[in-house]
Design a protein. Sequence first.
Length: 411
Amino acid sequence: MIEVAVLFYLERKAWGTILTPLNILMLPYVAVLLISVGMAGHDGFVEFYYPSILLWNVGLLLFALPSFLLAGYAGKHHYDIRTTAIADDEIPRVFVVIGIVLVLMMMFHLLSTVRSSKFLIGSDEFAEEFVGFGFWGHLKHFCSIMLMLFIYYLNRQRLWLWLLIIPLLLVSFINMVKGAIIIPPVVGVMLRIASGKMNVTPRLLLMVGLSGVAVFFITFGAAVVIVNDIAMNSGVAEWIMQRFVHYFSSGTLGLSMDMELGVPDRGPFTVIWTPFINIVNQLTGNGEVLSPVNPTYHFTGISLTNVRTFFGTLFIYTNYVQFALYTLGLSALCYSMKLLCVRSKGLFVNTIYYYYCALLAMGWFEFYFFHLDVIETPVMVMLLHVVAGLVGRTFPIRPLTLKTKPLPSNP
């Protein structure tokens, strides 16, 4: 806790904001860690292995080094790194058209899947058939990116954007992957905070926390009540609560058990580079598709877990030198992007930056940088940037005025 308090103070002093990669990685983990330690050894949960915290102590110190070096560089060159405002606030009309087309396509595909599938909505099998792979899987991710942007563009004059936001959220919920549900709204909220549309307040933090709880209860409630045709009662609610607590602590307790057992799931460094290796394999005709999913499960007392938090998963697939170099490199990339955002104030580079920050924010659960989305997201965002530049017309539409020629004056 002392390390976190010192790093938080230095980070806030260096950058003038709490919206930095280090804080976004560190603070959610600390909150989850405290809860995990408090419930470990109670209500059936395993005891906590405290030496596992040392891995995060070392990882956070390494991650902080590029932050302070780049902050010092910015100060030396008199960059105003405390300015976070995003200059772009006018929504391109083409984005609205894209949003409408996406909603119509996904709703049509949903109806088609409902008719053809033997599984019910709310099951993992239905989610896999709906948007689990192929064209529709990529389109689902594109929906997530548009959702981030629409949340950013939302204001009192654009309440009609809810007509696009809600269906796009529905696509994420049917997908049943909780990280994919949580991350896009988190990116949208961070973009709003960075632009000055929202402020970090206890009320906002409470709403974000309650929304996260709601996501879990809705997805698990659908899986239990709809798929298994069971009426909601106190027993079902208690079962869902146990699974929620398990999910919430599965990363920290998974890492704790893994290190206590001597890290039996050690693997090659190539796992961390899975998306890049898969792309190379496809381009070279290899055809092999690697999966970064950890095959080793531990029983925490309630259920099984194969996630190890951000630094835990990175540690499993690296040696000490690789661990240090990757942590320093990823931190340097994130803080370089932050400097670029401050200087350019562009929405699209900010979207990519805060998407990576959202992946860091999920570090209490798992390491998300070995998925294809880390490559696919920047590509899709930059394509939207090009499209917006080519079309160039934005909302709100100015009212049309009728131009008339003045009547000739009498001679």
